[in-house]
Design a protein around this ligand. Structure first.
Ligand SMILES: Cc1cc2nc3c(=O)[nH]c(=O)nc-3n(C[C@H](O)[C@H](O)[C@H](O)COP(=O)(O)O)c2cc1C
Length: 183
């Protein structure tokens, strides 16, 4: 069986961590898996894979440009095999702000419209506040946003809001979908 591709975009590295967690679960289920950063995936042939998971973070209301372009270029290959998408963001944490949560879902719908790819399965994971990776200004802007949102404001620490059991379940369920698609 051909391997499963996990292709991700990232700015601060948290989406790579999520991708590696998905890869670990799929490997435990007996699949061969390749994990590739979309910035290095120019020449990757999507047709070489039995199934594909793609994921990216939202930064300033959009997914990374290179990631979006890569997916759009490969929409045809994505349409002909089992696929899943995950978004990583912080807006989804605002459980008492339905508009913000809806906006995060709208970014995903817009991404599907722009790329022409509609995966069978998609979800949104809470990301991380990585103060240690931000420059001076970004650190302060993010602290201001976090304060408004009632989130962690101690810039001497990073904060991981991802529910890792949710990530593992997403990966396991996708593995089941791939199993069912096998001849
Ligand atoms: C400059 C900046 C802008 C961000 N903009 C958004 C946003 O518009 N909406 C959102 O929900 N999260 C936003 N986030 C949160 C990120 O999606 C979150 O930190 C995620 O874990 C980043 O993933 P990465 O480490 O793979 O880049 C932003 C984070 C940063 C640093």
């Amino acid at each position: 069986m051909k391997p499963i591709l996990i292709v991700y975009g990232t700015i601060e590295g948290h989406t790579r961590k999520v991708s590696n967690c998905i890869a670990k679960v799929l490997k435990e289920e007996g699949f061969r898996v390749e994990v590739i950063d979309s910035d290095k995936a120019e020449s990757v042939e999507f047709d070489r894979y039995s199934a594909i998971v793609a994921g990216a973070p939202i930064h300033v209301s959009r997914f990374p440009k290179k990631f979006t372009e890569l997916i759009a270029r490969n929409a045809h290959s994505l349409a002909s095999r089992p696929t899943a998408f995950f978004s990583v963001c912080l807006g989804i944490l605002q459980k008492d702000e339905p508009e913000t949560q809806q906006a995060e879902r709208d970014f995903v719908s817009n991404f599907f419209a722009v790329t022409g790819w509609q995966p069978e399965k998609w979800t949104i994971f809470s990301g991380a506040l990585m103060y240690s990776k931000y420059g001076w200004l970004k650190k302060r802007v993010m602290r201001m946003i976090a304060r408004k949102a009632g989130q962690k404001t101690d810039i001497d620490h990073d904060y991981d809001f991802t529910d890792w059991s949710e990530v593992r379940k997403f990966a396991y369920d996708f593995g089941q979908t791939v199993q069912r698609s096998l001849p």
